[in-house]
Design a protein around this ligand. Structure first.
Ligand SMILES: Nc1ncnc2c1ncn2[C@@H]1O[C@H](COP(=O)(O)OP(=O)(O)OP(=O)(O)O)[C@@H](O)[C@H]1O
Length: 373
């Protein structure tokens, strides 16, 4: 498969190298043609710096970036053959929206009719047909964002870079456009990288998600893999809504089974066979671990471990129950409307196949369910 973007050992410092703000650390990523990748992380994690280095708006402090096999990190943005929809990369004020989008196609030497057809098509997709003859200063922020997105998407480029492309749009429109944009990109075999802090957007659009934190790439995998097999405690708790429940635990061997001792004298007691032998060995070697359980994987059972309901919210399609448990708080998600009162006692069961275990020191995943990470 052709690699379109190759980032090799890239560091970004703002200010002097090795002394300034270390915004991106030793980043290496390869993206094949036709893939949509989301850079996902909280504010300050380094995702925008990464995108700006690919685009050429920020210098690379160390390392190399190649696009379609060509080293580009020393080239000016216009020489990189990338199409961009960036917040700071605004529309040309003297041109109408139609001209702004069409302008991007000028270099492609298409005839007038072909340009018009392309502009109309993208305008329809982004629902901006009615503002094509307006000037950027006379349209809303959300419309400007869609016009800018349209201008990037119509271009024929090696790589499309989209910075929070739908941040200013209302939720309903965002949901509709996500599907259409994905279809548009996939149908044409474009390669796209989008920066977002919205995991729903990343999950819906991306083939793979690069999760970043503290300038470090934490995991680069398909959305499903990130959910089911988080590489570490950070991705485990960052991706997934509501977040994964986590508790510190001490591991002890009980005949051939395993016991995970939680605060408040509680324990998860698993019989022989609940975990593969290598998982059991890995857990016993650590002793101190952090266990994680997704809210929708927590079960209620009469003979389960005791917890006390602290809140119960019906969200229209699911119930979120918060409970005091093992010296901390636990959230459960149930699909039916559950009538539980605050203060009510419930029993909690955590099945071994739903348990994620992480190293208490490094946070690296040790096991997911019955298998080693
Ligand atoms: N021009 C700059 N000068 C100095 N430090 C900067 C500059 N731009 C970014 N930083 C710092 O680099 C780190 C990474 O910032 P970056 O903007 O890449 O993160 P981000 O994940 O995109 O955040 P956001 O979602 O808020 O844009 C942060 O600590 C930020 O304060």
């Amino acid at each position: 498969m052709t690699t379109i973007l190759s980032i090799q050992n890239v560091d970004k410092f703002y200010g002097p190298i090795d002394r300034g703000v270390h915004a991106v650390r030793q980043l290496s990523i390869d993206i094949p043609k036709g893939e949509i990748v989301a850079l996902l992380g909280s504010s300050g994690c380094g995702k925008t710096s990464t995108l700006r280095m690919i685009a050429g708006f920020e210098e690379v402090s160390r390392g190399a970036i190649a696009i379609a096999g060509r080293p580009v990190h020393m080239l000016a943005p216009v020489k990189r053959n990338v199409a961009m929809a960036f917040e700071g990369y605004s529309l040309y004020p003297p041109l109408t929206v139609r001209e702004n989008i069409g302008f991007a196609l000028k270099a492609s030497r298409l005839g007038k009719a072909a340009v018009e057809k392309k502009v109309a098509e993208i305008a329809g997709l982004l629902e901006i047909e009615d503002i094509l003859d307006r000037y950027p200063s006379s349209i809303s922020g959300g419309q400007q964002q869609r016009a800018s997105l349209g201008r990037a998407l119509v271009r024929d480029a090696d790589l499309h870079l989209l910075d929070e492309p739908m941040g200013q749009l209302e939720p309903q429109l965002r949901a509709v456009l996500r599907g259409r944009i994905k279809h548009f990109i996939k149908e044409r075999g474009l390669t796209a990288i989008l920066v977002t802090h919205d995991q729903t957007e990343a999950n819906a659009l991306a083939d793979r998600i690069a999760v970043m934190e503290g300038g470090v790439l934490q995991q680069f995998d398909a959305p499903q893999t990130i959910k089911e097999r988080p590489a570490n405690l950070f991705t485990g708790t960052f991706v997934g809504e509501p977040p994964m429940n986590v508790f510190e635990a001490f591991v002890t061997g009980e005949s051939d089974g395993i016991k995970l001792r939680l605060p408040d004298g509680l324990a998860l007691d698993y019989e022989q066979g609940a975990f593969a032998r290598d998982v059991r060995d890995a857990l016993l070697r650590r002793q101190r671990v952090v266990i994680g359980i997704r809210p929708y994987a927590v079960r209620r059972a009469r003979d389960g471990m005791p917890a006390t309901v602290s809140a119960n919210q019906w969200l229209g399609d699911q119930t979120h129950i918060a409970a005091d448990f093992a010296g901390g708080s636990l959230v459960l998600v149930e699909h039916d409307r559950t009538r539980l009162e605050r203060g009510e006692r419930i029993g909690i069961r955590i099945d071994p196949q739903n348990l994620h275990v992480f190293d208490a020191g490094s946070g690296a995943a040790i096991s997911h369910g019955a298998e080693l990470a």
